[in-house]
Write a protein that binds this ligand. Structure first.
Ligand code: HEC
Ligand code: HEC
Ligand code: HEC
Ligand code: HEC
Ligand code: HEC
Length: 487
């Protein structure tokens, strides 16, 4: 029962620590379970309606270090190593936020609740209930390897979608027993480890175990990447014809972004040396796992992963400026409209940590002499986006009528605002501005869509005086010329 309470209070805040003690996991799933299950006919065969893995269930030392797998899966290892998942525990941004939350916990129970963050950021450390996961002692190297090879490939089943609903069955590295590695192939044979086909691994539901994060106490969605995909057009309802997370994120290579606006190329080859029994495959699943994070990847020394993240961001959307056919008039209010289409992402734009990420339109109108007539979405001196800009993001709020915005997850209880772009959908934003008389025409309009990992003030708050200036990346831009009519 203690375990059930723990998982129910996953991510729950100290402020909400009076978590309901549920009689049964299933009885109340409709009310407050942060893990949910697909109907049987839509679920992968190894998604089960059961309780997920709990801390302390898997002794420390059972998981293999990724370096062990690299002996035979060297290329896959090199790709994975630069990913944010390999660095989910080493990520200084995560550590800063998590330490801050731990330090604010005032009792052991509260600390245990906050330590739920470790469930996805060091799944093996979490399963071993290692005190290192709340900074009391060291984590083992494999625990520090975050979402490691052996974590993903020991997933025998899932208990559903969201909040780390994995069920892990590793071998035992301390006894040199590899156990079974679950993967996408029915005909895979390895000299050292068992292999088993797992339907879960071929579908978005594998990623959905962690890429759907809900606030345990109030089930408020914090991250909904999987749900966005599930309700979007890349999910056709038939797993065979759907475009899964893997189809975009495990087909990217340094030359090819692999998004909804590009082809999704095969990378033929071997997943291990042929003399060990590996077979030639039409496509070997790539393990770069690139998202939008070009800042931390570069900070951790992986320039290639950072470049690939930018490549991905550049293939996520298109921008258009919509102006009246006959141009705009002097001495009147003109309105330009900017249309942004999510042409490349299988989920909303942006997705993931959307109350932190910033994506916005930077529009600049200049006259024929180069003078700026109107600008929206510029950064002020403190590095903040000016208040009238069109920003795509979510805003979380504390509970209660006051609707007070917050960045402090434990206290968050409601989504106050959500303005983002659905997969294959678009938004249109109006930019009205006054055109005085005597302006030299034609006007030149540049509209860019920018991406930044976090607001500058948040970085300053988290990292103190050493905080870097967070770079802004242009995801897409367009320049057009607009004639000015009289007067
Ligand atoms: C001694 C070499 C060797 C080592 C070490 C090794 N593997 Fe493998 N592995 C193989 C070979 C060979 C295959 C077969 C590849 C094929 O099917 O083409 C394989 C296949 C796999 C598959 C595919 C299974 C399927 O059914 O789809 C996975 C997943 C896998 N290995 C994971 C791992 C992980 C994780 C580790 C580290 C804990 C690891 N391997 C260590 C040689 C090795
Ligand atoms: C986030 C989870 C995740 C991590 C971490 C991960 N893999 Fe995989 N791996 C997958 C998935 C999913 C597939 C199958 C994709 C599909 O079929 O759609 C796969 C496929 C494989 C395959 C079979 C490739 C093929 O095309 O036959 C091997 C071998 C493998 N992984 C080894 C590794 C090794 C070694 C590591 C660590 C260096 C690793 N994986 C890390 C999720 C992961
Ligand atoms: C065990 C939990 C877990 C599973 C399973 C998982 N992820 Fe992740 N993933 C994470 C965590 C945690 C991070 C964030 C690490 C960080 O930024 O500190 C992450 C980050 C990522 C990123 C980088 C995001 C960015 O901002 O650049 C991508 C892309 C990604 N995952 C894709 C996938 C895909 C595709 C799958 C399924 C094949 C998957 N993940 C399965 C936990 C998981
Ligand atoms: C049609 C292609 C496509 C599919 C399918 C897809 N993605 Fe993405 N993903 C993208 C693109 C393009 C980006 C870059 C834009 C961005 O960062 O939002 C991205 C970014 C991300 C990010 C980084 C978000 C950020 O900026 O912090 C994560 C995490 C992620 N995807 C996870 C997933 C998961 C999990 C799935 C499946 C549920 C999935 N993706 C399915 C194309 C896809
Ligand atoms: C259910 C799985 C899960 C849990 C639990 C979880 N996270 Fe994450 N976390 C993720 C995923 C997936 C991402 C990647 C999303 C993205 O990049 O947009 C992520 C990304 C992050 C990032 C962004 C890192 C960066 O470099 O931009 C921070 C910070 C973070 N998490 C903090 C936390 C904290 C603090 C907790 C506990 C309150 C927590 N996470 C609990 C899955 C989880």
């Amino acid at each position: 029962m203690k375990h059930l309470v723990l998982i129910v209070s996953l991510l729950a805040s100290p402020a909400f620590s009076q978590a309901t003690e549920f009689e049964s996991w299933h009885e109340h799933h409709d009310r407050a379970t942060p893990i949910w299950v697909l109907p049987k006919i839509h679920a992968p065969e190894n998604m089960q309606w059961t309780v997920p893995g709990m801390p302390g269930e898997i002794a420390s030392g059972r998981f293999y270090e990724p370096e062990n797998c690299s002996g035979c899966h060297g290329e896959i290892y090199n790709q994975w190593k630069g990913s944010m998942m390999a660095n989910a525990w080493k990520d200084p941004v995560f550590i800063a936020v998590y330490k801050n939350y731990i330090s604010k916990a005032s009792s052991k129970a509260e600390k245990e609740e906050v330590a739920m963050c470790s469930r996805c950021h060091t799944p093996s450390g979490y399963m071993a209930d290692s005190p290192g996961r709340y900074f009391e002692g060291e984590l083992t190297p494999v625990d520090q390897a975050g979402v490691s090879c052996d974590v993903c490939h020991s997933v025998a089943a899932s208990a559903g979608v969201g909040n780390g609903s994995f069920i892990l069955q590793p071998g035992d590295a301390s006894k040199n027993e590899y156990g079974v590695k679950y993967g996408p192939r029915r005909d895979s044979r390895s000299p050292t480890h068992g292999t088993a086909y797992s339907e879960l691994h071929t579908r978005s539901e594998l990623c959905g175990m962690c890429h759907d994060v809900g606030h345990a106490h109030n089930i408020m969605p914090i991250e909904s990447t999987y749900s966005e995909w599930r309700t979007g057009p890349y999910n056709t309802g038939d797993p065979e014809t759907s475009t899964h997370c893997q189809d975009c994120h495990m087909r990217q290579n340094p030359e090819h972004a692999a998004t909804g606006s590009t082809t999704l190329p095969d990378t033929p080859g071997f997943a291990a040396p042929e003399f060990l029994g590996a077979k030639q495959r039409e496509h070997v699943w790539q393990h770069y796992f690139i998202g939008g994070n070009f800042v931390v990847t570069a900070l951790l020394g992986n320039e290639q992963a950072a470049k690939m993240a930018q490549h991905r961001l550049e293939h996520a959307l298109t921008v258009e400026v919509l102006a009246p056919k006959d141009g705009l008039n002097r001495q009147s209010l003109g309105t330009l409209r900017v249309k942004v289409t999510n042409s490349g992402a299988g989920h909303y734009l942006p997705t993931g940590l959307t109350y932190v990420r910033e994506m916005w339109i930077h529009l600049k109108v200049t006259d024929a002499k180069g003078e700026v007539l109107h600008e929206s979405g510029y950064l002020d001196e403190a590095g903040a986006i000016e208040p009238n800009a069109a920003v795509f993001k979510t805003v979380l709020g504390e509970g209660g009528e006051e609707r007070k915005p917050t960045f402090f997850l434990p206290a968050a209880a409601q989504v106050l605002h959500d303005y983002r772009i659905r997969p294959k959908g678009y938004t249109v934003d109006d930019f009205p501005f006054y055109i005085p008389e005597g302006v030299a025409g034609p006007l030149s309009v540049t509209a860019e869509v920018n991406y930044r990992s976090a607001p500058q003030f948040l970085a300053n708050e988290l990292l103190g005086p050493d905080a870097p200036v967070l770079p802004v990346f242009v995801m897409g831009s367009v320049t057009s010329t607009i004639e000015l009519a009289n007067p």
